[in-house]
Design a protein around this ligand. Structure first.
Ligand code: XMP
Length: 326
């Protein structure tokens, strides 16, 4: 029978055949696909795989630690974390335009990853070795989509690892090419990855950078991270994680409104909850979250996050709204 245990064994065998005695590199994004792909390749070739994680400072609470600590503990993978937080914040300073933010984050990401890749290749060379393979978490639907070529309009410039320069030529290792998302999750569980990682909802490459409407600053990231952590905790507590596609939390950083708390006037910022139901993110409907869950989220955020004095709900479908606000 075709079980996920068979899939793991089969893929491990295929990776060993493809890579032989070679070395491979993998960029971890914090997402399910790259994590599962890396874990599979690690199982196949051990420390001849090096993973690189670019910490751009735009991740949600606990996500970087999840990779640095939990993922490494489970897989034993050789991981290099590049702390590029200052570089990204610096590059984003003064920028409020969504497309410009996306382009800057994409560009800095390629820069940092490229340098990290060159370092890994250089270190290998010192030991008389080469790095010939790049691991990518391409899924079956991605393969079909890029082969279909129906030519969709570019609404937002999506950010993924790609476009490495000519002098960094790798052969791709794509162990998830035949799998659908739910199968990838099964494989992840099979490999012992943490549930929180395996069931992580889609999160955009540019991270919280496109969930702050306005300029991205350290202080604003801190505020949004706290609000987002509350939303995720409450959705998990209400067992809604697998019901909803994703729930972006958006900080309207340039908007202020008057409120009252205790016996004092407040003049804080609103956050927007954007829970959506979807099959493939191409279209989406806003999720009718239970009122009591919304109430708990609202109370907790306004009590626990000083800078936020209003919680609002986005009730727009896609189209006409996109899922993310930027
Ligand atoms: P939109 O906002 O276009 O989002 O309705 C559709 C889905 O894509 C995710 N998203 C991204 N994913 N890189 C990604 O890997 C990106 O730059 C990016 N922008 C949006 C979004 O979270 C939603 O699931």
């Amino acid at each position: 029978t075709w079980t996920m245990a068979n899939v793991v064994e089969e893929q491990v065998e295929r990776i060993r055949e493809q890579v032989g005695e070679g070395r491979a590199l993998c960029a971890l994004s914090g997402g399910v696909d790259s994590a599962v792909a890396a874990a599979l390749v690690q199982r196949a070739i051990g420390d001849r795989l090096t993973c690189v994680y670019v910490d751009h400072g735009l991740m949600r609470e606990g996500e970087t630690e999840q990779i640095e600590r939990d993922f490494v503990a489970v897989t034993g993978v050789d991981l290099r974390v590049v702390d590029a937080r200052d570089q990204f914040l610096g590059a984003l300073a003064g920028v409020a335009d969504p497309e410009e933010k996306r382009k800057i984050i994409g560009r800095e990401f390629i820069r940092v990853f490229e340098q990290a890749a060159l370092d890994v290749v250089g270190d290998a060379k010192e030991h008389g070795d080469t790095v010939d393979f790049l691991v990518q978490g391409t899924l079956y639907p991605d393969v079909v989509e890029s082969g279909g070529g129906s030519g969709t309009a570019n609404i937002k410039s999506h950010h993924n690892v790609g476009g490495l320069p000519e002098d960094l030529q790798f052969t791709l290792v794509e162990p998830l090419r035949t799998l659908f998302k739910d199968e990838v999750r099964e494989v992840g569980l099979q490999l012992g990855l943490p549930e929180a990682m395996v069931w992580r909802q889609p999160f955009p490459g540019p991270g919280l950078g496109i969930r702050i409407v306005g300029e991205v600053t350290q202080e604003r990231l801190y505020v949004l991270r706290k609000a987002d952590a509350i939303v995720r905790a409450e959705l998990t507590a209400a067992k809604l994680d697998r019901e909803i596609w994703q729930c972006p939390v958006v900080l309207l950083a340039d908007v202020r409104s008057v409120g009252v708390q205790g016996d004092g006037r407040t003049y804080g910022h609103p956050v927007v909850l954007r829970p959506v139901s979807s099959e493939d993110a191409m279209t989406a409907d806003w999720t009718r979250l239970p009122y009591d869950v919304l109430a708990r989220i609202s109370t907790r955020i306004t009590n626990e996050v000083e800078e936020i004095n209003r919680v609002t709900l986005d009730v727009t479908s896609k189209p006409p709204g996109t899922i993310e606000w930027e």
